[in-house]
Design a protein around this ligand. Structure first.
Ligand SMILES: Cc1nc(C(=O)O)sc1CCOP(=O)(O)O
Ligand SMILES: C=C1C=NC(C(F)(F)F)=NC1=N
Ligand SMILES: [Mg+2]
Length: 539
C-alpha cells in the first residue's frame, strides 16, 4: 500500500546524505532524530553507493519511515524504490524521463522532479496531473552538499519565477519544496518572500540535507526548523509592519522625528565615496549618529549597538563578503537595512552585485530612482518615455505599478524617487502562510505619493538621492515600534520639504548643499510637519 498522495505533508522534507553525519551518529540515527522532531517526508539520496548497500540502507529506512507513518522517496534509483517498496521517487532533469518513470512506478507512487526554470514547469504542465506530483525548486542558496553544482543559486526571486510559472501554466496539482543552502537564518525569509505574483501560491515545504544530516544535535535542529516552518510571521525589524490604509497624520510624523532624536540611532553606511561626507552630515543633522565603516570584522558588534541601522548603497562596489556579513549581522540582530541598488542593471556587474544583495538579505526599505525601480520590476523605461509624461518624463501610473511590484516581490517598503516620490508597502504585515499565498496582489498594496513640486537644483548636487537613503535609515532606525511604512513616508516628506526650503534659500548648487543640511537640521529640531510644503496623497 503506497502512502496516499493527497495526504503527503511536504512541509519539512529531509534528504539524506551518508557522507556528513558527525562522529557518534549514523545516517539512521540522524533520520530517526528528524522523524521524532517534525520531519514529514524523507528522501534517500545516494550518489555513489553500491546497490547492495543502497538496498540495505533502504530497507532499514523504509521500516523507520513506516514506524513514523512518513512517506519515503528514493532519489534517482527507481529499481531500488520498487525493490524496497518506497512511496515514490525523485528524479533530476538528466535522469530517467518522467513519462517513463510513471510507466515503471505506476499511478499511485509519488514522483518528484528537480526544477530550476520556468521552461521545465511548462513541460510538467503539458504532461498534466498524472505525472509530476511535486517539484524541488532550487538551488536557492549556494551549498556544498551538491557536488559539481550545475545550477547557479536562484535566490527567493528565482523561486518566485517558478511559482509564477506554475500559476501561468495552471499546474494546480503540483506541490513545491525549496532546496539548496536552507538554514534557520534564511528559511523565514524564503517562506515570507516566495509567493506567486498573483498572491495565490506559496511554497508547500522546505527541503534540506546538511542542517539536519550534519548536525551534532539533529533532534534540536529539526525542532528549530519545525517551529520556523510552523510560524506565520517574520518579525525582522522592531518597527510595526501592520499594513494600514490610512495616511500618517502630522502628529504621527512629528512623533517619529522626536523619537529619533531621543534614540539617536547609529546609521552604518556602506556606501559610495562621493556620498560619505554629505551622508554623514545629513545623518548628524537628523540627530543620528553616522559610522562609515566597511570593516567586515566589526559589523557584528555594530549591529548590536542600540538602534543600529544599515544603509547599503552599491554606488561603489564594496567587497561582497563584507556586504554579505553586514546583511547577515543586521538581519540576525533584527535591525533595519535600507538598500539603494545604485545603477541597478545598468551594467552586468551591477546587476549581478545588486541581485546578490537582494537575494541575501531582508530589507526594511529599498529606495531607487525611476529607472532602477522600473528595471527591478522588469519594466523597461523605453516603453513609457513620453507617454502622457508627468514632469518625470515617465507615466506616474507606471511608476506606481512598478513600485508596488517591487514592494510585493521583496516584501519590503519601496521608494521610487522623482519629482513625485512613490512609496509602496509590500511587507504584508510580516505574515506568511505555507502553501497558501498572501491573498493579495501588487495592485492591492498601500501606496502613497509625496510631491513638493519641481526642485530642479536637487539634481545638480552630488549624493542627493543617496542622502535620502541616510534620511530613511535614520528615521526607520530611530523610530522604535512606530509603523515602518509611516517612518519611510515621514523621511521622504521631510527630505522633500527640506529640499524645497533649501532651494528657495540657496544661490547655486554649492550653497544648496549647505542649505539642505541646514533645512534638515531645522525641520528635525523645530518639528512641525504642518508647515512642510509637500503633499502626501494615497494613490
Ligand atoms: C539535493 C540537492 N538538490 C539541490 C538542487 O538545487 O536541486 S541542492 C541539494 C543539496 C541541498 O543540501 P543542503 O540542504 O545541505 O544545502
Ligand atoms: C536534486 C534534488 C532537488 N530537490 C529535491 C527535493 F527537494 F526533494 F525535491 N531532491 C533532490 N534530490
Ligand atoms: Mg540612487
Amino acid at each position: 500500500m503506497v502512502f496516499p498522495k493527497d495526504k503527503v505533508d511536504y512541509s519539512l522534507y529531509l534528504v539524506t546524505d551518508s557522507g556528513m553525519q558527525p562522529e557518534g551518529t549514523t545516517l539512521y540515527s540522524q533520520v530517526e532524530a528528524g522523524l521524532q522532531n517534525g520531519v514529514t517526508l524523507v528522501q534517500i539520496r545516494e550518489k555513489d553507493c553500491e546497490t547492495i548497500d543502497f538496498i540495505k540502507e533502504g530497507i532499514a529506512i523504509r521500516k523507520l519511515c513506516t514506524k513514523y507513518n512518513v512517506p519515503l522517496i528514493i532519489n534517482d534509483r527507481i529499481d531500488v524504490a520498487l525493490a524496497i517498496d518506497a512511496d515514490g521517487v525523485h528524479v533530476g532533469q538528466e535522469d530517467m524521463p518522467i513519462p517513463l518513470v510513471r510507466k515503471i512506478v505506476g499511478p499511485d507512487r509519488i514522483i518528484g522532479w528537480s526544477v530550476g526554470k520556468a521552461e521545465e514547469v511548462k513541460q510538467l504542465a503539458e504532461w498534466g496531473p498524472d505525472y509530476v506530483d511535486y517539484i524541488g525548486v532550487g538551488t536557492i542558496f549556494p551549498t556544498l552538499t551538491k557536488k559539481n553544482p550545475k545550477k547557479s543559486p536562484m535566490g527567493p526571486q528565482g523561486a518566485i519565477k517558478v511559482l509564477d510559472a506554475l500559476e501561468t501554466y495552471n499546474a494546480t496539482w503540483c506541490k513545491t519544496v525549496a532546496i539548496g543552502g536552507l538554514h534557520p537564518n534564511n528559511i523565514p525569509r524564503v517562506l515570507y518572500q516566495c509567493v506567486s505574483s498573483n498572491g495565490k501560491r506559496a511554497l508547500d515545504g522546505i527541503s534540506l540535507v546538511s542542517d539536519i544530516m550534519a548536525s551534532k544535535n539533529a533532534a534540536g535542529s529539526a525542532k528549530i526548523l519545525r517551529d520556523l516552518i510552523n510560524g506565520t510571521s517574520f518579525k525582522y525589524v522592531p518597527n510595526s509592519l501592520v499594513s494600514t490604509k490610512n495616511l500618517p497624520t502630522t502628529n504621527d510624523m512629528a512623533d517619529i522625528i522626536k523619537t529619533v532624536s531621543k534614540n539617536r540611532p547609529l546609521v552604518q553606511h556602506i556606501t559610495n565615496k562621493v556620498h560619505y561626507n554629505f551622508g554623514a552630515n545629513v545623518t548628524l543633522a537628523l540627530n543620528s549618529s553616522p559610522i562609515m565603516s566597511e570593516i567586515e570584522s566589526e559589523v557584528g558588534e555594530l549591529s548590536l549597538i542600540p538602534y543600529a541601522t544599515l544603509l547599503l548603497n552599491t554606488g561603489t562596489i564594496a567587497p561582497i563578503d563584507t556586504v554579505k556579513s553586514a546583511l547577515r549581522a543586521y538581519n540576525d540582530a533584527k535591525r533595519p537595512i535600507v538598500f539603494d541598488p545604485v545603477g541597478y542593471s545598468s551594467t552586468t556587474t551591477r546587476l549581478v552585485l545588486n541581485d546578490t544583495c537582494l537575494s541575501f538579505g531582508q530589507y526594511a526599505c529599498v529606495k531607487g530612482n525611476s529607472s532602477e525601480i522600473l528595471s527591478l520590476a522588469n519594466l523597461s523605461t523605453e516603453k513609457m518615455k513620453g507617454v502622457d509624461a508627468s514632469s518625470d518624463n515617465m507615466d506616474l501610473s507606471l511608476l506606481i505599478k512598478a513600485t508596488k511590484a517591487v514592494a510585493f516581490q521583496f516584501k519590503t517598503v519601496v521608494v521610487c524617487t522623482g519629482e513625485t516620490d512613490v512609496i509602496a508597502d509590500g511587507t504584508n504585515s510580516g505574515d506568511y502562510q505555507l502553501s497558501k499565498g498572501t491573498g493579495n496582489i501588487p495592485d492591492d498594496l498601500m501606496c502613497v505619493t509625496v510631491n513638493g513640486g519641481p526642485i530642479p537644483i536637487m539634481g545638480d548636487i552630488t549624493a542627493s538621492g543617496c542622502s535620502l537613503g541616510s534620511t530613511i535609515a535614520s528615521l526607520v532606525g530611530g523610530s522604535d515600534t512606530h509603523s515602518l511604512f509611516y517612518s519611510v513616508i515621514t523621511a521622504v516628506a521631510l527630505y522633500k520639504a527640506a529640499g524645497k526650503l533649501a532651494s528657495t534659500r540657496c544661490k547655486g548648487s554649492g550653497s544648496f548643499h549647505v542649505e539642505l543640511i541646514d533645512a534638515l537640521y531645522e525641520l528635525s529640531h523645530n518639528v512641525d510637519p504642518t508647515k512642510w510644503d509637500v503633499k502626501i496623497s494615497a494613490s
